[in-house]
Design a protein around this ligand. Structure first.
Ligand code: SAM
Ligand code: SF4
Length: 444
């Protein structure tokens, strides 16, 4: 592989979307820093601007196209190279490559980041217009790259990539390809290195993280092995699929003191017909059974979810079913989205996007109100309890004189600043709660 090793070029990278994209940006930084590029914080200082894009929900492409135009406008005709990375690169490949009005220089899909130095080289040295690599790999896991992480409290680590589930609304299987996992040994080696960089918490990432499988090892094995690393005190994971929670995994989470007691359980809909159209592969009853199994093992387990409102043909009565499940389960919090038709998905091909925008809005507003009341009620149950909190930063919620951190159950806690540092654990007695945060006082 030919690499420009003495480039002296400065790069600015902007990241949209999920934690996996944040993590991929850390991989991209590591790959390009090795090739002697420097990353800068100011876009105007950069020779190259890279946009690490997301294609999951509405307007993503319009935002990015606007952003490309904006970057050129700010430069007033001075040259700047623009690179498009991430899910949109694969999702909108034809338009990105063929649209002559889009002034971009290179395009790299999620499995092609090792080729970035070459792609940049092709644009600069060989003057190729729109150099690209959008190949999806069945093997690439970047297990040989140690990401260039910002120092902090939590380290992301992708343990698997891609998705085989083909939920009908979702672009991920097309933009990120098939599932593949890294070996336990390789992940544990990276986690050990993380602890020597000062991280106490690791979040295991994957598009369908609990379907992790490498040789004989499953996700429960992985959690057990990672928890044996000295210095790691908290293990989180995201995003799991409800279909992949064998009892052995739930038991491993419940029993392991380092596994955080929070499970994100994306429900999407509370109606069986809609779940079937979404190809979620579980019914409402099976979802309830899973919640019961979790609560039997660990009654205080925090649970959060994702919901899509206005999926094609969803009726008012079917939406009411989702409300019923939300009221019955009482999730700690929920990410609620309006269905947005995504190019290339099964839903785009088979089901007209026929729920009116006004109805989607009505449903999302209603569900958000219901969830807010549930979140407040759940948060208030913590008043009077004492929680171990990992300090993350000065609080954005109140003032500079407050700190914030998270409980094991992933709740944000705000407390008065004292002689504590980021990355310390302290015990906080909860004295108040709002919809989004707990407030409290440190105790010895
Ligand atoms: N893998 C996870 C799972 O199985 O649920 C979710 C990953 S996806 C990046 C995050 C969330 O985005 C999904 O749970 C879903 O609620 C939402 N989402 C994905 N595609 C969507 C679409 N076309 N319209 C609206 N929301 C969508
Ligand atoms: Fe998308 Fe479904 Fe895969 Fe999650 S499990 S990434 S929603 S296809």
């Amino acid at each position: 592989m030919k690499i420009l090793t003495n480039s002296n070029k400065k790069i600015y990278i902007q990241t949209w979307g999920c934690q996996m994209n944040e993590y991929d940006t850390e991989l991209v930084r590591a790959i390009l820093e090795k090739a002697n590029y420097t990353f800068v914080k100011s876009e105007l200082e950069a020779d190259i601007v890279m946009l690490n894009t997301c294609a999951i929900r509405e307007n993503a492409h319009r935002k990015i196209y606007g952003r490309i135009h904006n970057i050129h406008h700010q430069r007033n005709g001075n040259p700047v190279m623009i690179g498009i990375l991430g899910c949109m690169a694969t999702n909108l490949r034809t338009d990105l490559l063929e649209n002559r009005n889009l002034k971009i220089d290179f395009i790299a899909g999620p499995d092609s980041y090792k080729r970035l130095p070459q792609l940049i080289d092709e644009c600069t040295r060989d003057k190729i217009r729109k150099a690209y690599d959008l190949t999806l790999s069945e093997f690439e896991t970047y297990s040989d790259i140690y990401p260039s992480r910002k120092s902090g409290v939590n380290a992301w680590i992708a343990v698997m990539r891609g998705c085989n589930n083909f939920c009908t609304f979702c672009v991920v299987p097309y933009t990120r390809g098939r599932e593949r996992s890294r070996s336990v040994e390789n992940i544990v080696t990276e986690v050990k290195k993380l602890t020597s960089d000062g991280f106490k918490q690791v979040t295991l990432l994957g598009q369908n993280v609990n379907s992790y499988r490498h040789d004989e090892a499953d996700f429960a094995t992985l959690i057990e092995e990672v928890s044996k690393v000295d210095g790691i005190e908290r293990i989180r994971f995201t995003s799991p699929h409800p279909k992949d929670f064998p009892q052995r995994l739930l038991q491993a989470i419940a029993d392991n003191s380092k596994a955080c007691k929070h499970i994100h359980l994306p429900l999407q809909s509370g109606n069986d017909r809609v779940l079937d159209m979404m190809n979620r592969t579980y019914t409402r009853k099976e979802f309830f059974d899973l919640v019961d199994r979790i609560r039997k093992l660990y009654p205080a387990m925090a649970m959060t979810t994702d919901i899509i409102v206005g999926f094609p043909t969803e009726t008012d009565a079917e939406f009411e079913d989702t409300i019923k499940v939300m009221r019955e389960v009482e999730f700690d919090s929920a990410f609620i989205f309006k269905y947005s038709e995504r190019k290339g998905t099964i839903a785009e091909k088979k089901f007209p996007d026929d729920v009116a925008e006004a109805i989607k809005t009505e449903r999302i507003v209603r569900l958000n109100e219901i969830q807010k009341a549930i979140s407040l009620k759940k948060n208030r149950t913590h008043i009077g309890e004492t929680h171990s909190v990992l300090i993350e930063e000065e609080s954005t919620e109140r003032s500079k004189h407050d700190f914030q951190g998270r409980t094991d159950g992933n709740k944000v806690v705000i407390f008065p600043a004292g002689k504590y540092k980021k990355n310390d654990f302290i015990n906080v007695r909860i004295t108040d709660a709002t919809v989004n945060v707990l407030k409290g006082t440190p105790v010895n």
